[in-house]
Design a protein around this ligand. Structure first.
Ligand code: HEM
Length: 363
């Protein structure tokens, strides 16, 4: 059972990078599955220390509170609670865990729904237009035909349908919160950085659907298109490059986008390998009957979209790609910030909205 896979350690992620590029489909996942436990100590160890410190701090805090302010100690409720009082606020860590539990499936793609969950969260959010002040992850408008049926969103029904299992378990969560939380869970469960998240999206109506054409076109080889699309969302060059690092994950599907293949040899593990592959390999145009895409000259098993090549060609974009190729920690840090910003586009949060940092289930 894939659910019983061992914790994803840094060592496991690193060793995956040594997988030769000539992987058949599923090979990277099999490598991942065959990593044995051991060595998972550092995250777990830190967590234990944090829990112990937290408990000690909590106990100390309680003693202080008890000694100094007994008058305001909560009274034990005597009346029968009302229906309103009975309704518990959602425990979002539980929702996160429920999403994490349905990410892996050996019968789907490379063994993980993580990449398609992340793509859903991004496409639900990336429709934001800062000038028109609409679009974004509020309203979850991809539930409606005008947005669900666009070419850009082909294949994302697979993610939405799978996430309905979690919606059935937690009916009070809005779809926008569910999809963006799934994006966060996908990143973290695949070994990426902790991405801060807030709840507050509400379900809208078909009339809230943004116009088509706000998401990037993979066929466009010009940096102007990339900038036009992402500047409209409010991102700068550095954030654009960091976000594109998500193409370390997943693959292109001929029956969805028309393109074919993965960008990296470890498509279910969050790494900086999109940048190391893009800058470290020689890319040539693939000779095939599909849309124009690039393949790595050596193994011919990895791919790049014309829009990915823009990151290597444009001087300013390339500067950031070089930084992220050399420094994975810097990439993780910048990606985490940009992803939170992306998932929050178009959302009006309560000023007291709690900022969550979810604990990965494999930590
Ligand atoms: C210039 C910008 C971008 C372009 C042109 C682009 C284009 C594409 C295309 C054509 C696919 C293949 C879809 C399929 O056939 O299933 C894809 C997949 C994917 N994209 Fe992007 N994308 C861009 C930016 C992003 C960003 C900002 C993120 C997330 C932060 C992202 C995350 C993903 C993921 C995770 C997949 C894999 C999905 C799967 O395996 O099912 N992309 N993208």
């Amino acid at each position: 059972m894939l659910l019983s896979r061992p914790a994803l350690t840094l060592a496991a992620r690193r060793s995956l990078l040594a997988v030769p590029a000539t992987i058949p489909r599923l090979a990277a996942t099999r490598t991942f599955a065959s990593q044995s436990g051991g060595g998972g100590g550092s995250r777990g160890g830190n967590t234990l220390i944090a829990v112990a410190l937290g408990a000690a701090a909590g106990a100390a805090g309680y003693r202080y509170y008890y000694r100094n302010d007994q008058s305001s100690l909560p009274k034990i409720a005597s009346a029968v609670p009302t229906a309103e009082a009975k309704k518990q606020p959602l425990d979002y860590q539980k929702v996160y865990n429920a999403i994490a539990a349905i990410i892996e499936d050996e019968n789907y793609d490379d063994g993980s729904y993580g990449p398609v969950f992340l793509r859903l969260a991004w496409h639900a959010s990336g429709t934001y237009d800062k000038n028109a002040k609409n679009g974004g992850s509020n309203f979850a408008t991809m539930r409606f035909k005008p947005e669900a049926g666009t070419d850009a969103n082909a294949g994302l029904a697979i993610a939405r349908e799978r996430l309905n299992r979690v919606k059935d378990q937690f009916p009070d969560i809005s779809y926008g919160d569910l999809w963006t939380l799934a994006g966060v869970a996908a990143i973290q469960e695949m070994g990426g950085p902790i991405v801060k998240w807030r709840s507050g999206r509400i379900d809208g109506e078909e009339g809230n659907c943004p116009p088509d054409g706000r998401l990037p076109d993979g066929a466009r080889p010009d940096s102007q298109h990339t900038r036009d699309i992402f500047y409209k969302m409010g991102f700068n060059d550095q954030e654009i490059v960091a976000l594109l690092g998500a193409h370390a994950l997943g693959r292109c599907h001929p029956d969805r986008s028309g393109y074919d293949g993965p960008w990296t040899a470890s498509p279910t593990v969050f790494t900086n390998t999109f940048f190391t592959e893009l800058l470290g390999r020689k890319w040539t145009e693939r000779k095939w009957s599909g849309p124009k895409q690039f393949e790595d000259q050596e193994s011919k098993s990895l791919m790049m979209l014309p829009a990915d090549m823009v990151i290597a060609k444009d001087k300013e974009f390339r500067k950031w790609a070089e930084i992220y190729a050399k420094d994975e920690a810097k990439f993780f840090e910048d990606f985490a910030k940009a992803a939170q910003k992306l998932f929050e586009l178009g959302v009006k949060f309560d000023e007291n909205a709690k900022v969550y940092e979810f604990k990965p289930t494999n930590a």
